[in-house]
Design a protein around this ligand. Sequence first.
Ligand SMILES: O=P(O)(O)OC[C@H]1O[C@](O)(COP(=O)(O)O)[C@@H](O)[C@@H]1O
Ligand SMILES: [Mg+2]
Ligand SMILES: [Mg+2]
Length: 335
Amino acid sequence: MSEQKQTLGEFIIKNQSSFQYSSGELSSLLNSIRLAAKIVNHEVNKAGLVDIIGAAGDTNIQGEDQQKLDVYANDKFIQTLTKRNIVCGIASEEEDDFISINSQDKNHQNKYVVLIDPLDGSSNIDVNVSVGTIFSIYRRVTPVGTPVQLEDFLQKGSEQVAAGYVVYGTSTMLVYTTGHGVNGFTLNPAIGSFYLSHPNMEFPEDGNIYSVNEGNYIHFPQGIKNYIKYCQEEEGDRPYTSRYIGSLVSDFHRNMIKGGIYLYPQSSKNPNGKLRLLYECNPMAFLAEQANGKSSDGFTRTLDVEPTELHQRVPFICGSKNMVEKAEEFMRNAQ
Ligand SMILES: O=P(O)(O)OC[C@H]1O[C@](O)(COP(=O)(O)O)[C@@H](O)[C@@H]1O
Ligand SMILES: [Mg+2]
Ligand SMILES: [Mg+2]
C-alpha cells in the first residue's frame, strides 16, 4: 500500500543534508512546488467540467494563444511561490519578463530563482491527453538583498541546483533531481500525498522508441532526416516504434521508463527549433543526465549552451544515451 512508501515531504527533508548550501530554503521551495502541483492537478483532472478549457483570449510573448489552463497554472505557481516568500525571482513561459519577488528588500534573504513552464503540452489540454509542468531552480548570482537581475536567470543549465516536472496523466507524478539522481513520486488522490513510487529512475542506454513530429519531416536538416530513416529501416532491432504524444513531459517520461529518444530539431520553419532553453530544455536535460541519459542540440550539450534571452529556443535531442549519440553521429556526417 502507498502509505508504507516514503512521502515526497519526508524524502525532501531526509535528503536536505545532501544539498551543498543546505539551509532548508530549497526544501521549502520544493515543498511549495509540491503544493502548487496539487492545486493545478485538481483543476486539470476536471478540465472538461469546469470553464478551464479553451483559449484564454490572449497571446504570450512567443505569439502563442494562451490556453485558460496555461494562465491558471501560471497564476497558481506564481501565487504559491510568492505567498511563501521562498524565491527572489520567477520567470515563466507565460510572462513576458521575469518577476522580482520583493528582492530589493534588505531583509529578503532568498537566494533562489525559479523558471517554469506552467503547463506543458497545451495543445493536448482540450483533448484529455496528458500534460505537464516543468521547473528549473538556480541560486541567484547577484548579491542577496539587491534587486534580482536578468543574469540571475540567464545561467547555463549546468548551474541548475534542481529541476523537475509534474505529469498530469493516468496518474499524477512529480519527478525531480537535485543533482543526486532522479526520483518519481505518484500522487495518491484519496490521501492527497505524493509517494516515492519510482526511486532512482534511469534511461535504458538503448531503446526502440523515437518521438518526433514527422509532420515537419521535409523541413528538417538532412542529418535528422537520415536518422529518422535509420529508425525506420528493417535492420537488427529496427524499425523502432514511433510514439509522439505532443507533450514534451509525457514523451520524455515514457522514454525514460521504456528507453527512447525525443527530437524537436531546427527546421526551415523554426530555425532554432520550438522548445525554450531555460524552462523546457535545460530542466529536461539535467534530469536526463542525472538519469544516465543524454541531451544536445545535435552538436552541443544542452547544459553547456550559454543563454542569451529569457525565451530563446534551441534544437533539442534527448533520451537514451546510445540513441542520442547515434542521432548526433548522423548530424555530424550530414554536415
Ligand atoms: O505540436 P508540435 O509542433 O509537435 O509541438 C509539440 C511540443 O510543443 C510543446 O507543446 C511546447 O510546450 P508548451 O505546450 O508548453 O508550449 C511541447 O510540450 C511538445 O513536445
Ligand atoms: Mg512546454
Ligand atoms: Mg507551456
